[in-house]
Design a binder for this molecule. Structure first.
Ligand SMILES: Cc1ncc(C[n+]2csc(CCOP(=O)(O)OP(=O)(O)O)c2C)c(N)n1
Ligand code: SF4
Ligand SMILES: [Mg+2]
Length: 290
C-alpha cells in the first residue's frame, strides 16, 4: 500500500487497542479528502469528538441515531446542486444505528439508490452506552441486556441490503486489511447506494484483551462466523479469501461473552455457520456460471 493520507487525527478517544479507530483510519484514507462524513451517535462519533469539533480532517455532521442515511441523502443533494458531484458522502455508523434504529431511513435511501457510501462499524451491540444487545448480536452472546446469552440469531444485514438490489454490499474487517481497502476503493468507484459492514470486536463488550482485536477479527472470518463476501446489484455473489477453515469453537473461546457455553450450544452454532456458509457458496457458484 502507498503512503496513507491520514484523515483521522491521532489522540482520538477510542478505547486503547480498539480496531474501530484503525478501521476508520483506513476507510477514510482510501476515500481521500474529497469527502464529507455523517455520524450518528456511536463509538465512532465518540472517537471523532463532540460536534462542532472533530478529529477528522474532513467536514463531519453528527446526525441523530434514527436519521444518518436521511442526513447523508440531504448532503448529497446539496453537494450535487453545488456541482460537487464527485465528493463522497460517507456514513460512519454503528450496528445499533444501522440494523435497528436507523434501518427505515437507510432502507428508503437504498430503495431510491441514493449516491452514498454507508459504512457500518459492527461491534454487535450498543457499545458506547455500556454494551446492550442489538439485532446484530449473535445467538448466545452475553450482553448487559442479555446476561444469560441472546436467544435469537444475528440479523443478516448484508442480505437485507442486497435484497434492495443496491450496486454494492460487502463485508470486511481490519483483520484482513488489503481486502478492506480494496472494497472501499471499489465502493468509491461505483455510484448509488454502497454498503460496507466492518466487523469490530469490542474489547470491553466482548471480553477481548486489548491486544487481541485484530486476532479475534481474523478468527471470526476463519471460523465462518463473519464471512468476507461481496454482492453486486443484489445478484452477483463473490466469496473472498480466506475460506472457512477453523471450528467456531476457536472463535467463541477467544471471547468472554461466550463464557460457559455448553457443548450443545457450540454444536448448534457450528451447524448454523455451516449451513450459512453452504448457502453463500451456492450463491457464489451460481454467480460464477451466469
Ligand atoms: C433514539 C435514540 N435512542 C437511544 C440513544 C442513546 N444512544 C446513543 S449511542 C447508542 C448506542 C449506539 O449503538 P451502535 O450504533 O451499535 O454504536 P456503538 O456505540 O456500538 O459503536 C445509544 C443507545 C440515542 N442517541 N437515540
Ligand atoms: S466500547 Fe468497544 S467498540 Fe467502542 S471504542 Fe471501546 S472497545 Fe472499541
Ligand atoms: Mg455497536
Amino acid at each position: 500500500m502507498g503512503k496513507m493520507i491520514d484523515i483521522l487525527c491521532s489522540g482520538h478517544a477510542a478505547c486503547p487497542g480498539c480496531i474501530d479507530a484503525v478501521s476508520a483510519r483506513h476507510v477514510l484514507a482510501a476515500l481521500g479528502p474529497d469527502c464529507v462524513a455523517v455520524m450518528p451517535p456511536s463509538c465512532m462519533a465518540v472517537i471523532a469528538g463532540p460536534q462542532p469539533f472533530s478529529g477528522l480532517r474532513i467536514p463531519v455532521y453528527q446526525a441523530s441515531l434514527e436519521s444518518a442515511a436521511a442526513s447523508a441523502c440531504g448532503l448529497r443533494r446539496a453537494l450535487d446542486v453545488r456541482g460537487r458531484t464527485e465528493t463522497q458522502v460517507v456514513v460512519l455508523a454503528g450496528d445499533g444505528g444501522t440494523y435497528d434504529i436507523g434501518l427505515q431511513c437507510l432502507s428508503s435511501a437504498a430503495e431510491r439508490n441514493e449516491n452514498i457510501l454507508y459504512v457500518c462499524f459492527d461491534n454487535e451491540g450498543y457499545m458506547n452506552t455500556g454494551a446492550q444487545k442489538s439485532s446484530s448480536t449473535p445467538r448466545y452472546a452475553k450482553t448487559g441486556s442479555t446476561p444469560a446469552g441472546k436467544p435469537t440469531r444475528k440479523k443478516n444485514f448484508t442480505e437485507i441490503m442486497a435484497a434492495h438490489r443496491v450496486p454494492y454490499a460487502a463485508t470486511a474487517t481490519a483483520g484482513f486489511l488489503r481486502d478492506l481497502v480494496r472494497k472501499v476503493e471499489k465502493a468509491k468507484s461505483l455510484r448509488g447506494t454502497r454498503v460496507l459492514t466492518l466487523l469490530i470486536p469490542c474489547l470491553d463488550g466482548w471480553g477481548v484483551p486489548e491486544d487481541q482485536g485484530i486476532a479475534v477479527a481474523r478468527l471470526a472470518v476463519q471460523s465462518g462466523m463473519f464471512p468476507l463476501y461481496e454482492v453486486e446489484d443484489g445478484l452477483r455473489y463473490t466469496l473472498n479469501d480466506p475460506p472457512k477453515s477453523r471450528p467456531v469453537r476457536d472463535y467463541l473461546m477467544s471471547q468472554g461473552r461466550y463464557r460457559n457455553l455448553g457443548d450443545a450450544q457450540l454444536d448448534e452454532l457450528q451447524r448454523e455457520v455451516d449451513a450459512d456458509w453452504a448457502r453463500l457458496e451456492q450463491r457464489a457458484q451460481a454467480s460464477a456460471v451466469q
